[in-house]
Design a binder for this molecule. Structure first.
Ligand code: PGA
Length: 257
């Protein structure tokens, strides 16, 4: 049975009132409907503990962070460490999101170091990769992805992608309402998996690649139908409990022969 990983990336959104009503709605349905897939909620760090308390007795739902610092402790004002996230029950950490690459100047090298440390400390990195509109136009998508993956191999070795998650997020599709075509995404996901397989004799079924970029309740099924799309990373649509739950429900009801 195919299982999906559905991740909510709330970005810089949400407040106490929103969190209460979001989970009031979700809890009504969650236990009855979510049986096979894994759901991860990534609120802003300041709300992680509140969300942890709410989800602590619900199965199949986990806590994720949207970013982390490379330092584990010390004089780094304003930062949060992997150890702190681990301490409060975080299991997944998104790294390399294009918004962090763009607005916070994060490089492939920095992201690769974070990836390595997250794995060393037994949490699961969700590594975001993907090309800009310009790169797509110039036919550079695969080159860009290879470079992003190579920096991870360089830092973490040939088995780097075991027990990790990759989120393919074409930058032009994020928050634009302009999602990529599911069949094009399928081809890129195969490319990613085969590229990893060149370095590591891993079973291709054990490489998890999600898609992210303007996913909503209407298009999610077309993506999940593709054999190599193993889950979704959802921004905007994950802020609306009803819509997010509809997507979860669609993923639970997908039947594969
Ligand atoms: P979006 O964001 O669903 O709002 O396009 C996805 C993401 O940035 O992870």
């Amino acid at each position: 049975m195919k299982k999906f990983l559905i991740v909510a990336n709330w970005k810089l959104n949400g407040n106490i009132t929103m969190i209460s009503s979001f989970f009031e709605y979700l809890k009504l349905y969650f236990s009855n409907y979510v049986k096979k897939n894994t759901i991860v909620i990534c609120p802003p760090n300041v709300y992680l503990e509140r969300v942890r308390q709410i989800i602590s007795n619900i199965n199949n739902i986990f806590l994720g962070s949207q970013n982390v610092d490379l330092n584990l402790k010390g004089a780094f004002t304003g930062e949060t460490s992997i150890l702190m996230l681990k301490d409060i029950g975080v299991k997944y950490i998104i790294i390399g999101h294009s918004e962090r690459r763009l607005f916070h100047y994060e490089t492939n090298d920095l992201i690769a170091k974070k990836f390595n440390l997250i794995k060393e400390l037994n949490l699961i990195p969700i590594l975001c990769i993907g090309e800009t509109a310009e790169e797509k136009k110039n036919g550079q998508t695969k080159k860009v992805i290879e470079k992003q993956l190579d920096s991870i191999f360089k830092n973490s070795g040939q088995l780097a992608f075991r027990n990790t998650v990759i989120a393919y997020e074409p930058i032009w599709a994020i928050g634009t309402g302009l999602s990529a075509h599911p069949k094009d995404v399928q081809l890129i996901h195969i490319f990613i998996k085969e590229y990893i397989k060149k370095h590591d004799p891993i079973n291709i079924k054990d490489i998890i690649v999600q898609y992210g970029g303007s996913i909503n309740q209407y298009n999610s099924k077309d993506f999940l139908k593709q054999p190599d799309i193993d889950g979704l990373l959802i921004g905007n649509a994950s802020l609306d409990a009803k819509q997010f739950f509809n997507i979860i429900n669609i993923s639970e009801n997908m039947i594969f022969s």
